[in-house]
Design a protein around this ligand. Sequence first.
Ligand SMILES: Cc1ncc(COP(=O)(O)O)c(C=O)c1O
Length: 459
Amino acid sequence: MSVSTAAADRSVCAPLPVLGRDVLVPLVTGGEAVYAALDYAASAPALQRVWDDVAAYAPYYGSVHRGAGYLSQLSTDLFENARRTVADFLGCRAEDQVVFTRSTTDSLNLLATALPQGTRVFVFETEHHASLLPWEHRADLKVTYLDAPRTPRQAVDTLEKALAAREPYGPALLCVTGASNVTGELWPVRELAAAAHAHGARIVLDAAQLAPHHPVDLADLDVDWVAFSGHKLYAPFGAGVLAGRADWLRAAEPYLAGGGASRKVARRTDGGVDVEWHESAARHEAGSPNVIGAYAIASACKALTEAGWDTLVARERELIARVQEGLSDIPEVRVLSLFGDDAPRVGVLSFVVDGWNSSHFAAALSAEYGIGVRDGLFCAHPLVRTLLGSAPQAQGECGAPEAAPGERSLNAIRVSFGAGTPDEHVDRFLRAVRELVSDGARWNYRVEDGRCVPARSAV
Ligand SMILES: Cc1ncc(COP(=O)(O)O)c(C=O)c1O
């Protein structure tokens, strides 16, 4: 697979420059197209600013928290400054901790290990698997799966009812997404937090899809923890964040045992070892930390803040309206929604096309138009099945289709965009959807390893 570039065209330049904006990809029908990355919900392209900041820091890279040398000291400072930048970005309270992790999945698994014994966990069935599953790993946690609500009000009512039905003592936690990775719809986080707290429960916000599109303020939303991933926040260097209340984190066994998490280790006279663990965020950051990842996240936080959320949100709203309007003009397209077409959302929309297998459609968008979207069940199988009305036995593996080209789809197609998306990408996407629906694919496709891929010949 070869990669070539074209000079960046100012007319398609987005408000925030991202890497890859001038990458050319081959088309099966001949020629090349500038790649239209419309899969931000999976991984967003790196902001140019993040890349430049990381490149400027790279020569000064050194070990963190463990070296006497100048570059180690500098790297330790940058790592701890990154923690403060993230705390500011998230509106953390003075006593909150910011723990650097690998991703949202890692953050929520960390929190799951840190919950007090016997915690009751409440989670809507509509969640991404990263929010749905980590609680299953501990046999002592009692998990209640809440039915998919059809309005934000119903979500709050459902939670209140479930919390009221539990024994009125013992620790409890609600884990909820801020913006759905399937529909992009915003969840009533503030109201859910108030309901949770009114019933003595805590709340962790899965902001994997919210934080890249919308300001997130822990103190203002009154949530106890927030988790997000760098790679969805334009900082693809393998780091994530869990931020929030220190008490349960401090009381928990370290997530990983090892250097960095331990303050003092000594042999006991009986032959064993005594360990004194850190009480700071370092308790859950054993091993050499990902300083580049943390630095990149901090750089992205600064870039988004400096660009201004009002501007970013307003521009994204324009793009969302354009996509919604364009798709609504195509009768064969059905956009998936829990809360209704007018519900506020971020730049993430899933849809199905009458008579099309979603994998086939997504493959044609890529191969014939140079557009990258995602198809499948988006690691939110229960939600997508509810929205599609399809049976559990129809399930494919995460992202894998189960029907051949031309067969009716039991999966969906997701288009997602953000701060780096030029208008042209959205316009090309809408044109491609219209053309594929009216004229069909111009190429033949076959199934390989469960995915539709271009065959050797044109239609
Ligand atoms: C809402 C939501 N939560 C959690 C995750 C998991 O994120 P990661 O794969 O970075 O751990 C995703 C990823 O798509 C997501 O969309």
